[in-house]
Design a protein around this ligand. Structure first.
Ligand code: ATP
Length: 236
């Protein structure tokens, strides 16, 4: 099975006058194989967002290496940029635009065919509501629209940072189904969460991070059986 994402010895240190030096990532490792929904589990402040933002070239690391689809990043980031779709922050949209107009705008002039806009609307289950303004959308629908925008360029890897945040139980269920459907279509998904139950329900494999270090990884059932309630403390 081919490796879609590889991280070795990643280090990131934040320095602030108030809190001094903080090792957000302290030699962190991760490996994600093709076609998996890979969970990235850790408590608040363990380094998940820092990892994802570093991966996307938004933060400069202090050490270590990362490769996406065999290409070293950030050096080769331009080569893989269309191969990675990501939602790493709460999605912001123009409230008066319809979902279709929003995606058409993001598709740009000619770069992504307009037929792809309808395809991704269908994929995330918003095609019937595509003509409605985004301001009428629930949070769950906005989250699915964000996934649609991340899928426009047909990426090989989809990164979702805490996708269930703020969603009601119905929205969480829809995101879960959508994630599994995407994986069934061959996409690799990296899903960060601090909720053990969410990882257990959606993921094939998992990496657990604590204090900026990998403390466990492997098939989800095996890892969670070995670690939940044990050395690794995660919030349910
Ligand atoms: P959360 O789920 O709360 O976002 P997380 O696992 O994503 O947590 P990070 O946000 O990556 O964790 O934070 C890791 C550590 O780095 C924390 O101790 C955090 O306080 C610190 N940190 C993150 N961003 C900064 C920053 N810009 N400046 C200083 N410290 C930071």
């Amino acid at each position: 099975m081919s490796v879609v994402l590889e991280i070795e010895g990643l280090r990131k240190t934040y320095k602030s006058r108030r809190r001094g030096v903080r090792h957000a990532l302290d030699g962190f490792d991760m490996r994600v194989e093709q076609g998996q929904v890979h969970g990235f589990l850790g408590p608040n402040g363990s380094g998940k967002t820092t990892t994802l933002r570093t991966l996307l070239g938004l933060i400069r690391p202090n050490g270590g290496r990362m490769a996406i689809l065999g290409q070293e990043v950030p050096a080769a980031l331009p080569a893989v940029v269309g191969q990675v779709g990501a939602i790493v922050e709460s999605p912001q949209f123009f409230p008066h635009f319809t979902a279709r107009d929003t995606l058409s705008l993001l598709a740009g002039a000619g770069e992504v065919p307009q037929t792809r806009v309808d395809e991704v609307l269908e994929l995330v289950g918003l095609r019937d509501r595509a003509g409605e303004r985004v301001k009428t959308y629930s949070l769950g629908m906005k989250q699915r629209l964000a996934v649609a925008s991340a899928l426009l360029k047909n990426p090989k890897l989809l990164i979702l940072d805490e996708p269930a945040n703020g969603l009601d139980p119905g929205g969480i269920r829809e995101m879960r189904t959508l994630t599994r459907d995407l994986a069934a279509s061959g996409m690799t998904v990296l899903l960060s969460s601090h909720i053990l139950g969410e990882i257990q329900l959606i993921c094939d494999s998992v990496t657990i991070i604590s204090l900026g270090r990998r403390v466990a990884f492997g098939p989800v059932d095996q890892v969670l059986a070995e670690h939940s309630g044990g050395a690794v403390r995660v919030r349910l």
